[in-house]
Write a protein that binds this ligand. Structure first.
Ligand code: ATP
Length: 268
């Protein structure tokens, strides 16, 4: 029997407070090389807070977080940036850079501080632009793109970084249907290629269709974890999201499908 791949993200009993507000309460979870893990849960459940702790943007108030063996909150930034790339929920908008320049910034942790970009850097940038269908936009300025186009640039920048762990915080928000699916396909390809991918997702059907495993957060706690088909039951979705749903299966793929039951308001 082959040993399971190493856990690249290890969160043990981690808690986090914003002042008096307990946003994460003794959360534990692991993600391994080669897997795509979806973090799902209602607004305010603690998903972004968990991603911030894993990315080292904040330190837990209790428990431990490890990323590729590093303590994300205290590890040298350059070392963290080689290990982990984050596609943030609210990427900065007012950057006076072109798309190509923005994606090249993903190479910074791999470049000599005083050397110009080399062939490996240009190759990685081109590959990331191509994967995100951004070659036609490569010379456009970032602040002259639509929200969805800009989101794809940050995805490409993260790919160019060539991390071991890829963190996606609602990376499919603002993307049209085709680009949502394309982004998740890319995340799957990255995972199959050996990356550990952790994605915060609101679209349960997209999450079910692409993730190997789902971790459900509610009120700062992990309330379920496992294969999408096991986790997304009608009872659980109704209890966690507070909405009666119909749970079926995609006839073509067998993946679970969740739809709201009934209408919020009757049609006029
Ligand atoms: P969403 O789906 O709405 O993005 P989330 O699951 O990512 O939500 P978090 O952003 O992690 O949730 O927030 C968890 C809790 O922490 C919420 O109760 C939120 O109000 C609170 N919170 C988040 N950021 C702050 C902040 N800067 N100051 C105070 N409280 C915060």
């Amino acid at each position: 029997m082959t040993a399971p791949p190493p856990a690249l993200v290890e969160v043990r009993e981690a808690s986090f407070r914003y002042g008096e507000r307990l946003a994460m309460d003794r959360v534990s979870f692991e993600a391994r090389a080669g897997e795509l893990v979806g973090l799902v849960g209602p607004n305010g459940a603690g998903k972004s807070t968990l991603i911030r702790l894993v990315a080292g943007l904040a330190a837990p108030s209790g428990g431990t977080v490890r990323l590729a063996g590093l303590d994300p909150a205290t590890a040298p930034r350059r070392e963290m940036a080689r290990a982990c790339a984050l596609v943030p929920q609210d990427p900065p908008v007012h950057w006076p850079f072109t798309v190509r320049e923005a994606v090249m910034m993903g190479r910074a942790p791999r470049q000599n501080l005083f050397a110009a970009a080399g062939p490996l850097d240009h190759g990685a940038v081109r590959g990331a632009l191509e994967a995100c269908e951004l070659l036609p936009l490569a010379d456009r300025r970032l602040d002259a793109l639509s929200g969805g186009e800009r989101r794809r640039v940050f995805f490409a920048r993260a790919l160019a970084q060539e991390p071991r762990v890829l963190l996606l915080d609602e990376a499919t928000a603002f993307l049209d249907l085709a680009h949502q699916v394309a982004a998740m396909r890319m995340a799957e390809v990255a995972a199959r290629g050996g990356l550990c991918v952790v994605a915060v997702l609101h679209d349960l059907n997209l999450a079910a269709a692409s993730c190997d495993r789902l971790v459900v957060l509610s009120r700062g706690r992990v309330v379920a974890e496992g294969r999408p088909a096991d986790v997304l039951t009608e009872e659980r979705v109704a209890a966690v999201w507070g909405l009666p749903v119909w749970r079926g299966e995609n006839g073509a793929t067998g993946e679970p499908v969740v739809l709201p039951r009934g209408r919020a308001r009757p049609k006029p």
